[in-house]
Design a protein around this ligand. Structure first.
Ligand SMILES: O=C(O)C[C@@H](Cc1ccccc1)[C@H](O)SCc1ccccc1
Ligand SMILES: [Zn+2]
Length: 171
């Protein structure tokens, strides 16, 4: 399992670089990220969150958690002007949930783990999730869209949750 960086860790603000070649090392990272995402009960994970600053996202929105998707060097283009709210969470901001508005339909252009082209129009949770993950690759965290007060509360909450998890880990 890979350690997930917690907000407000400044490393989460690093801009991810494009992947030049899908090496064996990157394939291992993809496997490790998918395992880490499932363990953390996430439906998406960006490489930035595990302190690897390359343009790589893994996602799995399936019921049985058995169909992971890999997006390398992704480019997301909104297909509608209208934005819709969604109650977002983030594995780097544990136990904090709040409403974020995003375009509900986007185009995803990327490469998959075999270097094959992906070019899809998606909507709903998949569109929300890919935009949330793209933000991570650009050093943006969903709490950035909230009020300063909510950002302060989020920082306090993460500090508390991490302390409890560290205590549990020690027992
Ligand atoms: O990038 C992450 O931290 C994983 C995110 C992905 C996500 C955020 C907002 C909306 C959808 C997906 C989540 O922690 S995964 C946990 C989760 C699961 C279902 C719905 C919302 C959040
Ligand atoms: Zn996140």
């Amino acid at each position: 399992l890979l350690p997930i960086l917690n907000y407000p860790d400044p490393r989460l603000r690093t801009l991810a670089k494009p992947v030049k070649e899908v090496t064996a090392e990157i394939k291992t990272l993809i496997t490790d990220m998918i395992e880490t995402m499932y363990d953390a009960q996430g439906i998406g994970l960006a490489a930035s969150q595990v302190d690897r600053h390359i343009q790589l996202i893994v996602m799995d929105l399936s019921e049985d958690k058995d169909s992971p998707r890999v997006f390398i060097n992704p480019k997301v283009t909104p297909l509608v002007e209208e934005k819709q709210p969604y109650e977002e969470g983030c594995l780097s901001v544990p136990e904090v949930y709040d409403s974020v508005e995003r375009p509900n339909k986007v185009r995803i252009e990327a490469l998959d783990e075999n270097g094959e082209k992906i070019d899809e129009e998606v909507e709903g949770l998949l569109a929300v999730c890919i935009q949330h993950e793209m933000d991570h690759l650009n050093g943006v965290i969903f709490v950035d869209y909230l009020s300063r007060l909510k950002q302060t509360r989020a920082r306090d909450k993460v500090r508390k949750v991490v302390k409890i998890r560290e205590k549990q880990g020690e027992q």
